[in-house]
Ligand binder design. Structure first.
Ligand code: PMP
Length: 288
C-alpha cells in the first residue's frame, strides 16, 4: 500500500509530496513539529501534543493558522488513509516559504505537513530487555523547550550513539548534568528508590510521556524528584530508563562502559512501563 502525506491542504502520494525549496524550514530550520503515537489505530494524548505544538509556535511568534479541530481531523485522516494500527504520526508546521531573508516574512503562510508510518509497537523487545546509552556533550541552543525542527546537535549525538551500537545518547551539559536524550527524556532511580528526572525548564523538552510518567509514579506512591543528576549519579543508580512517544518507557541497562546495577531492567522501571501501557488504554489518553 503506498503511503499518503498531507501537505498544505492536499493529500498526496508520499513519494511525490514536497514543499517549496524556499520553505523556511529548509533555509533556516524555522519550524516546529510534534510526534504522536498511534496504538490500536488510536492517537495517544493528542491534546497534550497539540498544547505543546501551540506553545512551541507561540514561543516563535507563530500563532496557529489552522484551527485545532481542523488539524485534528487532518491528523486522523492521515492515520486512516495510511491504515496505521501501531505507529507514529508526524506534524510539521514551518513559517512557510519566502525569499531568503533571516528576518520573518511580513505575511507568512505556514506550511503544514502531516505524515504517518507504521512502526514496531513500542511495547516490544527493546522495552522489555532494555538498552545501552552513551553520554555526549549537549551542544544545543538555549531553548530546548521549543520542539523545533532544527535538530542538528540531536542528529549528531544520535549518530554517535548509532556508531557504537547504542540506542540513545544522553546529553551532558557543562556542569556534568544529564539534560535528556537526543530524542527522549532521561531518568534514574537512586539507591533509596527515588525516581529522578531533570526539572522542566528551557534546558529540556517537556516530554508528554515524561509528564504522564510523573503523574503515574506519584499516583502510585513513588518518591519523585525533578532535579538535575550527574553522569556519575546515573552510573551509580539502581535503575535508569528513558521515555518518549515513540518508545514509551525503556529500561537503560548500561551507560557508556558502566553496567547499571545487575544489568537487568529494574523493578521500578518495569512497574512504570507496565502502568503506562495500561494507562494508554484509558479513555483519558486516547483521542475520539
Ligand atoms: N526530548 C527530546 C529532545 C525529544 O526529541 C523527545 C521526543 N520528542 C523527548 C524528549 C520526549 O518527548 P515525548 O515524550 O513528548 O515524545
Amino acid at each position: 500500500m503506498s503511503r499518503i502525506a498531507y501537505v498544505n491542504g492536499r493529500f498526496l502520494p508520499h513519494n511525490s509530496s514536497a514543499i517549496h525549496i524556499e520553505d523556511r524550514a529548509m533555509q533556516f530550520g524555522d519550524g516546529v513539529y510534534e510526534v504522536i503515537a498511534v496504538v490500536g489505530g488510536k492517537l495517544i494524548d493528542v491534546e497534550l501534543h497539540y498544547d505543546r505544538l501551540a506553545r512551541s509556535l507561540r514561543e516563535l511568534n507563530m500563532e496557529m493558522q489552522i484551527p485545532r479541530v481542523a488539524l485534528h481531523l487532518t491528523v486522523q485522516e492521515v492515520v486512516r488513509r495510511n491504515r496505521i494500527g501501531e505507529g507514529i504520526c508526524y506534524l510539521q508546521i514551518t513559517r512557510g516559504s519566502a525569499p531568503r531573508n533571516h528576518a520573518f516574512p511580513s505575511d507568512p503562510r505556514h506550511s503544514v505537513v502531516v505524515t504517518a508510518r507504521r512502526s514496531q509497537p513500542a511495547s516490544g523487545r527493546v522495552g522489555r530487555l532494555g538498552v545501552y546509552v552513551i553520554t555526549t556533550a549537549d551542544l544545543r541552543w538555549q531553548r530546548r523547550d521549543i520542539k523545533s525542527v532544527s535538530l542538528l546537535p540531536n542528529v549528531l549525538a544520535k549518530q554517535n550513539a548509532a556508531e557504537t551500537g547504542a540506542f540513545e545518547a544522553w546529553l551532558v551539559d557543562k556542569n556534568g548534568a544529564v539534560t535528556e536524550g537526543s530524542h527522549s527524556n532521561a531518568w534514574i532511580v537512586n539507591r533509596d528508590g527515588t525516581v529522578i528526572t531533570h526539572q522542566e525548564d528551557v534546558d529540556i523538552l517537556s516530554g508528554v510521556t515524561r509528564r504522564r510518567i510523573l503523574e503515574i509514579a506519584r499516583t502510585d506512591g513513588m518518591e519523585v524528584v525533578e532535579r538535575e543528576f550527574t553522569v556519575g549519579e546515573a552510573k551509580d543508580a539502581q535503575e535508569a530508563f528513558l521515555t518518549s512517544t515513540s518508545s514509551f518507557v525503556v529500561p537503560v541497562t548500561r551507560i557508556d562502559d558502566t553496567v547499571i546495577a545487575d544489568g537487568c531492567p529494574g523493578s521500578v522501571t518495569k512497574r512504570l512501563r507496565c502502568l503506562y501501557l495500561e494507562a494508554i488504554k484509558q479513555p483519558s489518553f486516547v483521542s475520539v
